[in-house]
Design a protein around this ligand. Sequence first.
Ligand code: IPM
Ligand code: MN
Length: 356
Amino acid sequence: MTKQDILRVAVIGGDGTGPEVAAEGVKVLKAVAALEGIQYELQDYDLGGDRYLRTGEVLPESVLGELAAFDAILLGAVGHPEVAPGILEKGLLLELRFRFDQYINLRPVKLYPGVETPLAGKGPEDIDFVVVRENTEDLYCGMGGFLKKNTPDEVAMQTAVYTRKGCERCIRWAFEYTRKRNKKKRLTLVAKTNVLTYGHDLWWRTFQDVAKEFPDVAPDYNHVDACCMWMVKNPEYYDVIVTTNMFGDIITDLAGILQGGMGVAAGGNINPEPGGTSMFEPMGGSAPKYTGKGMINPIAMIAAVAMLFEQAGYEKASQRITNAIQTVTGTKMKSQAAGKMGYSTSQVGDLVCEAL
Ligand code: IPM
Ligand code: MN
């Protein structure tokens, strides 16, 4: 994804509360674009559980072809109570990540003012780090199979795949990001080199090699289990973490709750190459029980829009949204939990627009 004259954004509301939060993301996108004079195009795509139940289609090739022409996709949520688990997650979310080679999953962990964290004695100045999760390899690549399925002798294999190219491009991007972020200038590799002595040895060696290109960034290492402990005990230690796909999935849920939960946590699936299509989403799911009630928190989606602008090269627009979010969480919202915000979903969107 690189800066274009016209920012082209596809919107996939998806399932459950996805369309409600996506609408607030779009509202803020339009408002900030007007203030900053950014040209954009928006197009809605009807994908998700309802379409699947209606037509049997999850992600038709023709739609993939169309989406490739966009700079970014805003994704509301994936997951439908009437669709078996895995069909939409693999067929839509993971398929988009893989097919558009969105090899960076960027998950900022920032405690906004006024937001409650379960960590006693920690505040916004302590919880401000970023996880860079590799997004195309590892246990997610779907390699494996069964032998003697449904017999007492059944064998199941699920293979973690790591390539030099895959970890190197992710690690290099993370070093560049750490340099650009310009805070503690420390990049922590999180892995399990004491047990995964092949796959994570490749990550370790690659990390050491790439670190030589960035003498201004301090290379650092944590085993993943220790990282979970330190993240709770001393979150202020971290600046940027780079990690594998599976570990990144797990530690970013832990990190997400430290920043106030799924109402706030956002993620970017980034293809940094010129012409690449990236995708931005709130980390929370489709929350079926809140669907259509105007109770769900759109802050994570709005933070995802801030990330979209940042990655598209509109840093001022991005900063403007982040500042507005902080005003709204710090001075208006009662809570970040669905139904307890003191405002409806669309009122929170309006408040952010007013604070821009
Ligand atoms: C996430 C989600 C997905 C993942 C699921 C829904 C496939 O948990 O974005 O973290 O495992 O990556
Ligand atoms: Mn996850």
